[in-house]
Design a protein around this ligand. Structure first.
Ligand code: CP3
Length: 355
């Protein structure tokens, strides 16, 4: 067995031997494991029902709800992993940043962070700030049985973008203005965010998460030179901070075809690939020693079944030679996706790859 995924005390041997964790470790699998980014929430009617009248961030602080919402897609689709129901901005809220998640928009920060004085508002995250996370992960690992739980956090660059812009941004202009205009302040900001992200991941791992994913969703907005110089060191710091636990670390961003080589160096065990680069080409760019996760275009789930299966087959074919492949979408499930299409996709991948 490789160094990753020594049983941690929380994990049973059935979890450690699951197809998902085997694929993360690049070991032979009984079938290609599959899960979906943003599988919890979004398209599920049972999700909308339990969330009725409860604000997004409030729901993240209620372990009973978090447990139920995390389990919903596992029950319905028979996916090979659960993703913890939370949000990348939860740790920022937990240290007192005045932000909200607005339906249909995303995270909005009341007072953006743009100066040295603003940095003081970014204190370190203590486990006591997110006790509801510890509690929810504990409840989940008890309920999930052999199905691994993926914990997650936002990467320093993606969090910085929300904090500096004050909300979602297409061009990240204020973010880049700070990055180019005040490299010292930028480095300090990213370093603090790396600390907060690492602490948030540690809480989830110590409570029983079997793997963690770092979402650097907006890193694709950067050139490879800027990524290497101004962003990579902070992400390296996060992966190093959780390396000792021996749980697989996944690294994902959107539009990152040009960055895959650099992202492969950040230290993760698994690199997520969006749908713009074929999996075999992605493997060449990432280099040896990493498993890959991806990469069906989420919009393909809107096509007729035969077309969807043809596109899924292409992903499987392109990933055939990889030592470790976790089937996923190239980005999150789109909100209006038919849940039955997701269930059919899981069945298809399992049937086609069963040995
Ligand atoms: O199913 C899962 O993946 C688990 C839960 C999860 C959520 N957000 C719940 C959520 C995860 C892993 C995230 C990560 C996240 N949050 C990312 C990285 C992944 C990505 O898509 O690139 C980002 C960039 C965010 C920030 C954020 N939060 C956005 C852009 C939005 C969407 C706004 C909208 O309404 O479309 C949110 C809100 C959010 N996070 C929702 C959910 C289920 C929707 C809110 C609701 O249902 O009321």
């Amino acid at each position: 067995m490789s160094a990753i995924n020594r049983p941690t005390g929380h994990q049973t041997s059935a979890t450690v031997d699951s197809a998902f964790l085997k694929a993360c470790r690049r070991e032979p699998v009984p079938h290609t494991p599959v899960w979906f980014m943003r599988q919890a929430g979004r398209s599920l009617p049972e999700y909308r029902k339990v969330r009725e009248g409860i604000a997004m961030l409030d729901s993240c602080m209620r372990p009973d709800l978090v447990t139920e919402i995390t389990l919903q897609p596992v029950r319905r689709h028979k996916v090979d992993a659960a993703i913890f129901f939370s949000d990348i901005v939860v740790p920022l809220k937990a240290i007192g940043i005045d932000l909200d998640i607005k339906p249909g928009i995303g995270p909005v920060v009341e007072q953006p962070i743009r100066s040295r004085a603003d940095l003081d508002r970014l204190r370190a995250l203590e486990p006591g700030d997110v006790e509801y996370v510890t509690e929810a992960v504990g409840m989940l690992t008890a309920e999930l049985g052999a199905t691994p739980l993926v914990g997650f956090a936002g990467a320093p660059f993606t969090l910085a973008s929300y904090l500096i812009e004050g909300g979602p941004s297409r061009n990240h202009e204020h973010t880049k203005a700070l990055m180019y205009g005040d490299p010292e302040l930028w480095a300090e900001l990213l370093d603090r965010l790396a600390g907060i992200t690492s602490a948030f991941l540690k809480v989830q791992i110590e409570a029983g998460a079997s793997a963690v994913q770092l979402f650097d969703s907006w890193a694709g907005a950067l050139s490879v030179a800027d990524y290497r110089q101004s962003v990579l060191p902070a992400s390296v710091k996060v992966f190093e901070a959780v390396a000792g636990y021996g749980v697989p670390r996944i690294h994902f961003g959107v539009g990152t075809g040009e960055l895959l080589g650099a992202m492969g160096e950040a230290g993760a065990d698994v690199v997520g690939v969006d749908w713009r680069v074929p999996m075999d080409e992605a493997a060449r760019r990432v280099g040896p020693g990493r498993a890959l996760q991806g990469n069906l275009d989420p919009a393909v789930l809107f096509a007729p079944r035969e077309a969807m299966e043809r596109k899924a087959r292409t992903v499987l074919d392109e990933a055939r030679e990889l030592p470790g492949h976790i089937f996923n979408l190239g980005h999150g499930v789109l909100p209006t996706t038919d849940p039955d299409a997701l269930t059919r996709l899981v069945e298809y991948v399992h049937t086609e790859t069963a040995v």
